[in-house]
Design a protein around this ligand. Structure first.
Ligand SMILES: Cc1cc2nc3c(=O)[nH]c(=O)nc-3n(C[C@H](O)[C@H](O)[C@H](O)COP(=O)(O)O)c2cc1C
Length: 193
């Protein structure tokens, strides 16, 4: 049976290039993966006062992360770091203490930017965050995408063969990584730290 992968898009923009990249990844994913977005748009700003009785959007978000077998973060880089909206979602998902929704979720990080280094610095920050949250990460291949509109169609078609092959390879490797991690993860441990 296909593994259920939740993907989080780190941009709220309606014309997000990372949403376009995510569409391409969904198209190019191997049949062993079933990808569904975990939206972050409706989350309030994280406030520790509300941790124990959060609004429904937070409960739903945590439930979606916990029910996914793996996570894929598709995000821009903002000012050489993680966009606030995505970090906010991660902060909610990590709390309250002892109920970290990200623990042991096999995770991939990929992103597109209009700049030359293709979200490399954001990805480096994400690696620290996900390490702290005990989420195993695909280390290689790394995927730093400089977005070119002539390469990516709005519906996720990829017009350049080299880029298409690279992204398909990334998703193959991510799928194999998910398999490896899930085969090593004992049931009953998901959700603890
Ligand atoms: C607040 C802000 C900060 C940005 N900082 C970076 C940056 O550090 N590195 C980079 O490559 N691009 C940066 N950009 C440009 C983004 O790569 C570009 O806006 C991209 O379209 C954002 O992705 P999105 O379309 O998925 O929202 C920044 C854009 C904004 C709005």
């Amino acid at each position: 049976m296909a593994h259920r992968i939740g993907y989080l898009i780190g941009s709220l923009a309606s014309d997000s290039i990372n949403r376009t990249l995510a569409r391409a990844l969904v198209r190019l994913a191997p049949p062993s993966l079933e990808l569904e977005e975990i939206p972050i748009r409706g989350l309030p700003l994280y406030n520790r006062d509300d941790e124990l009785e959060p609004v429904e959007a937070v409960t739903e978000f945590k439930r979606a992360v916990e029910s996914a077998e793996g996570l894929l973060f598709v995000s821009p880089e903002y000012n050489r770091s993680i966009p606030g909206a995505l970090k906010n979602a991660i902060d909610w998902g990590s709390r309250p203490w002892g109920h970290n929704s990200f623990a042991r979720k096999p995770s991939g990080i990929i992103g597109a930017s209009t700049g030359a280094i293709g979200t490399a610095v954001m990805q480096s920050s994400m690696r620290s965050v996900l390490s702290f949250l005990n989420a195993p990460q695909l280390n290689a291949p790394e995927a730093y995408i400089t977005f070119r509109p002539e390469v990516f169609g709005a519906d996720g078609e990829v017009h350049d063969e080299g880029t298409r092959d690279f992204l398909a390879h990334y998703m193959e490797e991510y799928g194999a990584f998910v398999e490896r991690v899930l085969s090593l993860t004992a049931p009953g441990h998901v959700g603890d730290r």
